[in-house]
Design a binder for this molecule. Sequence first.
Ligand code: NAD
Length: 333
Amino acid sequence: QTLRVAIMGLGGYGTRVAQSMQNCSRAKLVGVISGTPSKVTKWQADFGIPEKNCYNYDNFDAVKNNPDINAIYVCTPNAQHHGQVIRIAKAGKHAICEKPMAVSAKEAREMIDACDKAKVKLLIGYRMHFEPHTLEVIRMRKAGEFGQIRFFQGLCGFKTGDPKQWRLNKALSGGGSMMDIGIYALNGARYMVGEEPIWVTAQETKTDTVKFKDGIDETIQFQLGFPSGAVASCLSTYNVNNLDRFFLDGDKGFAEMLPSTNYGPINGRTHKGPINQPYTTHQTVQMDEFAAIIFDGKQPVIPVDGHEGLRDMKIIEAIYQACKTGKKVTLLA
Ligand code: NAD
């Protein structure tokens, strides 16, 4: 069975997903949802999308009556994900949602509930969960090749450009670098260590209060503690370019990934030598895997469902709280 997808939000990432889906074997771009008619016309021409599968933000609930589309991929600004996913669920379509899945844990829970109620799947665009170098490090960790895991470091950042972009507008982004790029270090800490953190401490630094207004974090350093005693030390920033490195250390060995989460090629080495895995287009693999999860009930090595997204949202809230109070925040299971 083929996943027949409409993309909502025809911006930078939506375009990347659309292009990557051209090479999918089980997922196909068949529709669009956009507020900009000129983009719709261009996408129709570029991707052969029929008029009957084109919607805007006012009328997309009508997708309910369109059997040609069975999933909608939300690639809009973060604060819009919640309302849009709930409408998709009500229209009876599977929802694929970009990270961060929402701007709060409360919103994330409501999205999960809406999709459960409508009996549709909710999958979050965690493309690294299917990346071969990443999966090889996880395989080695599970096989005990690094011994007892003691430490993870995740460094993720880029320099934001245009001060007018939605990423720097709290009403649309829900937060700053932590929501956008720091989530990779956080999610990476969880899948690399293979445990859920039980506490967090965090510190915020801001060098430009004009560009990074209240509620938009420029740089956050955060630390996580895990049940085994392992710790993580991470940096999330909108003020350093090409910051993209993971380091996992255990009693018997280590893994280093550089780059660790960009579009690739991902490279890595361990105490045993280079990680030799195929280079992939993350979005192509992700969409084929999503089809297998939805239609065959396939279980991915690292989850990509709403609960996985919710865990990140809860920890991001704890990180923001720790920055504000200067105190260690305990995380409930
Ligand atoms: P973008 O600015 O390039 O595109 C956003 C799209 O949303 C545009 O087409 C824009 O027209 C549309 N939009 C609808 N309402 C809008 C509004 N009120 N204000 C601004 N734009 C509006 O952004 P992007 O980089 O494509 O990011 C979109 C989503 O994808 C975000 O949630 C982001 O976190 C996520 N993303 C994920 C990855 C990844 O690797 N998984 C990479 C980039 C972005």
